[in-house]
Design a protein around this ligand. Structure first.
Ligand code: FE2
Length: 578
């Protein structure tokens, strides 16, 4: 049974993170985010039609070959038939979501609209490998719901409790990020990185009681809600928070247009610390309530807030649950896969059996011919090396402090680069952090993450490293004191690092590369950051890597599959460039 999962509306300018996925007989065959194709980060207002088309092309299918279409949001429909509590089927929006010109149909095929938080819950639980789990979904909102608690057992995902947009932690954190000058996208990740620099000078009165299930909001926010003539939307709630932050934290109103040129992040470090701590306290008490209501030993998280590594690790360290897992695309992009899995589970027999995610490499690869064509276009003749040679060459380049573009295997789905589309570098010099931030156009204070051999992780890092977080770079760990001066490029101001554990069985060549670097230098990790530059999504095509390699002087080595170039030996001939 073939199901096309989609999320993303081109007629709603603020709709973001569009994506599409092809699920065949409950297996994720292909999935891609719209931003990778259109090259606009978060693909706001771009829908997901190109991503859907890419899914079909990859499998050599037409839309008419698809058995069911699933969508990751239960839209406000004028017509439709209820399939289940969470799913309604209708063809009303098909021409918007899958334009007829692009997909060549006469009669619009019906789309199964799946409740948004149910899709978040489905993708994270069905890839967790757990038989049962408490599921906590925390995002901006979906259909007016901002937080959902579920109990998942076998093929059943039962809702327990939901909380409305006035309690939205996603809007709270997004508003804080906007107020700190980072914007709603990709601001939250930056605010999280800034928080360890600060101290909590003013706590925020946003709390959750795990016994009663009641939220407490700061009095001015509650007053604004009470005085609203209509129930506040998520956007209203976001603006209530922005105004509250203005009044409570800052003694002035900011004109952002004039302020941008002399913006200084250090003004916001204490604010960031307060916001981060508030988020963590709320998440802790929600997890506590979920534990009370389900008695589960496993916790799975989803929704945009589950990309907050510090929050995730706090939950892991709290030991409320024995095991914790987060799907790497915890943001809305994951809801195309979640919608398809949820629909499949509703209509298909046998139902889904839960399997642990090995890797989110659901995208496409490139043939030797395609790579040679791209290289030729840029005037290169690259040598094709064996796996062993690639490992030897690149490990030596890393030891020589070269910065590498590493492009191998299928595209990874979600915001984290886990060793397939990465910049790799040597962590032993602090300058590496500045070099990478300069190449990527990032703020100089932003930290860099390591990919570390799983077998050696406890040598370098303190504490238990929850595999359901650290396999996917979704948690933090403290670097042991004796290692901090050896790997300064990946040590943040609070001695934490956003570690990515690399396993031999699942990561093959990538593991071998880090192991070779370890044999060469005695350091069992490399710096790993996503292969993209300022404002652009992670690269998708070999040409985009070549563009970075040719334009960035400080990027010295290029690897695309087994093709290798390095600038000291490269055969770059600018006369051949197109
Ligand atoms: Fe969401």
């Amino acid at each position: 049974m073939k199901i096309l999962g989609i999320i993303g509306r081109s007629d709603i300018p603020t709709a973001h993170d569009g994506s599409a996925a092809l699920i065949i007989d409950n297996k994720i065959k292909f999935a891609i985010e719209q931003e990778r194709l259109t090259r606009h980060r978060y693909a706001e207002g771009e829908g997901a039609a190109d991503a859907a088309q890419a899914c079909l092309e990859q499998a050599r299918l037409q839309l008419s070959d698809i058995d069911y279409i699933a969508y990751g949001w239960l839209e406000d429909l004028k017509s439709g038939t209820k399939v289940s509590q969470e799913i309604t089927v209708s063809d009303e929006l098909t021409p918007i979501i899958l334009p007829p010109k692009q997909f060549g149909y006469k009669d619009p095929p019906p789309i199964n609209f799946v409740q948004h938080h149910h899709t978040h819950a489905a993708v994270t639980f069905f890839t967790s490998g757990f038989d049962s789990a408490g599921v906590l979904v925390i995002d901006g909102q979906g259909e007016g719901v901002a937080i959902s608690l579920f109990h998942a057992q076998g093929d059943k995902i039962e809702p327990i409790e939901t909380y409305p947009v006035i309690n939205s932690m996603g809007m709270f954190y997004g508003a804080a990020s906007a107020r700190a000058g980072f914007g709603w996208h990709p601001g939250p990740g930056k605010l999280m990185g800034l928080a360890p620099f600060g101290q909590i000078r003013q706590p925020i009165d946003f709390k959750f009681d795990p016994d009663t299930g009641h939220f407490l909001l700061p009095a001015p926010i509650q007053k604004a809600i009470n005085e609203s003539s209509t129930p506040p939307t998520a956007d209203d709630v976001g603006m209530f928070w922005v105004h509250y932050f203005e009044d409570y934290f800052f003694p002035y109103r900011q004109n952002w247009d004039t302020y941008k040129s002399y913006y200084d992040a250090t003004n916001y470090v204490d604010f960031a610390a307060s916001v981060q701590k508030t988020l963590e306290n709320l998440a802790h008490n929600l997890a506590l309530r979920l534990k009370k209501l389900t008695g589960e030993k496993n916790l799975v998280l989803s929704g945009g807030c589950a990309l907050n590594c510090n929050m995730n690790s706090m939950l892991s360290e709290s030991k409320l649950f024995d095991n914790l897992y987060v799907f790497p695309a915890a943001n809305d992009a994951g809801c195309s896969i979640g919608a398809a899995l949820a629909l499949s589970n509703t209509i298909k027999s046998p139902k889904i059996s839960v399997k642990r995610l090995i890797s989110p490499g659901f995208g496409r690869t490139y043939t030797n011919q395609e790579i040679i064509k791209a290289l030729t276009k840029f005037g290169f003749q690259a040598e094709k090396l064996s796996d062993e040679e690639i490992v030897d060459h690149v490990a030596q380049d890393l030891a020589d402090n070269k910065i590498i573009t590493w492009f191998r295997g299928q595209d990874e789905f979600g915001p984290r680069a886990l060793g397939r589309r990465s910049f790799l570098s040597n962590p032993s010099q602090r300058e590496t952090l500045g070099r990478l931030n300069k190449i990527k156009g990032r703020e100089m204070w932003r930290p860099l993450a390591p990919s570390i051999l799983r077998e050696k992780a406890n040598l370098v890092l303190e504490g238990d490293l929850e595999p359901g977080l650290h396999r996917y770079m979704l948690g933090i760990a403290i670097v042991k004191s004796e290692w901090r001066s050896k790997i300064p490029a990946v040590v943040h101001v609070d001695f934490s690092t956003r570690s990515h554990l690399v396993e031999k069985e699942q990561d093959g060549i990538y593991w071998s590369l880090i192991n070779k670097f370890y044999e060469t230098t005695g350091i069992p990790l490399v710096c790993n950051t996503s292969l993209n530059i300022a404002g652009e999504p992670i690269v998708h095509k070999p040409e985009q890597v070549l563009e970075i390699y040719t334009k960035q002087d400080d990027v010295q080595t290029l690897v695309i599959e087994n093709f290798y170039l390095t600038k000291t030996e490269s055969l770059y001939n600018p006369n051949l460039s197109s």
